[in-house]
Design a protein around this ligand. Structure first.
Ligand code: NDP
Length: 279
């Protein structure tokens, strides 16, 4: 018997800027015949606790968090999923009758998108960047069985910290390279990931990589979802690499969030079309 109000899910963000996830989730809920809404809430940092108590009080199924709430939310959770605990950030919270569990589905979205073209187990990864997205991707790829993860970053302290985290908390071999000029991709690399914000619309830049060292057949992935086909992916494609768009990571992350909140597998095609229409 449906309640008088739809079940609620949503995002706690610090800006009311257009969030394409709203369109993605709502399209998928409607397509699945679920009486659930997804709303974007502007929550200033000092009001996060009030927002969390509000969500519990209203019986929300769960919610996403964006920066800076991804770390601050840890203070309000009862439990952390293993990868979220290692990453130290949460972008998805599940409410089980007032008991809150935090997950990090950014990295899971990446790995699930990657699995559509390559099994990460035993593979050698190079990750450009050491921010939040890189951290989630590095940890989740290592937990999925990556043999090696090389972090390449402009700021050494951040890059070294991430490499140490991966080697201390997972079975993968992790290393760090300071990014000082056109990066030469080592022979034997299976997956090269741009986990920086370089190339995000309206920029048309590419991360500084020596594309002559991008060998045919390797997977080249971008976290940047807008535009879907970045300059980085285009140049890698011209070298014969297999491109993996940031759009796939975003859709897979939304699919995982929905599964955690509703227990249902929603339609990835519906989500992808809604995302493309709303970028
Ligand atoms: P952060 O600010 O945490 O990290 C940014 C990273 O990019 C840092 O490592 C930074 O290096 C590096 N960087 C930025 N500009 C440059 C530059 N000019 N030259 C070299 N390195 C640079 O950002 P996030 O990790 O949170 O986000 C990164 C991107 O990932 C964003 O575009 C975001 O939209 C995207 N994203 C996509 C998702 C998806 O599902 N597709 C999910 C989550 C994020 P340094 O440490 O030296 O400053």
């Amino acid at each position: 018997m449906p309640g008088f109000l739809a079940d609620l899910t949503g995002s706690f963000a610090t800006s009311a800027a257009q969030n394409p996830t709203v369109a993605v989730m709502e399209a998928a809920y409607v397509h699945a015949g679920l009486d659930i809404r997804y709303i974007n809430c502007e929550v200033p940092p000092e009001r996060l606790g009030d927002a969390v108590r509000g969500a519990i009080g209203m019986g929300w199924l769960g919610f996403n968090c964006s920066i800076p709430h991804k770390i601050a939310i840890l203070d309000y959770l009862d439990e952390l999923a293993p990868s979220a605990e290692i990453i130290g950030a949460v972008n998805c919270v599940i409410n089980d009758d007032g008991r809150l569990t935090g997950e990090n589905t950014d990295g899971q979205g990446f790995v699930n998108a990657l699995r559509t073209i390559l099994d990460p187990a035993g593979k050698r990864f190079v990750i450009l960047g050491a921010g939040g997205a890189a951290r989630a991707i590095a940890v989740e790829s290592a937990l999925a069985g990556a043999a090696a993860v090389e972090i390449v970053n402009r700021t050494p302290s951040r890059g070294q910290a991430l490499a140490c985290l991966v080697s201390d908390r997972t079975a993968a071999n992790a290393g760090f390279t300071e990014w000082t000029g056109a990066y030469a991709v080592p022979d034997g690399t299976d997956v090269l990931v741009n986990a920086t914000s370089i190339g995000f619309h309206p920029s048309t830049q590419s991360p500084d990589v020596d594309f002559a060292t991008v060998h045919p057949g390797i997977v080249v992935a971008d976290v940047v979802a807008n535009p879907p086909q970045t300059e980085f992916l285009q140049r890698a494609l011209e070298r014969g690499a297999q491109p993996l768009q940031g759009l796939g990571m975003l859709v897979n992350q939304a699919l995982t969030n929905a599964r955690l909140w509703t227990g249902r597998d929603l339609d990835a095609g519906v989500m992808r079309r809604a995302l493309e229409d709303n970028l």
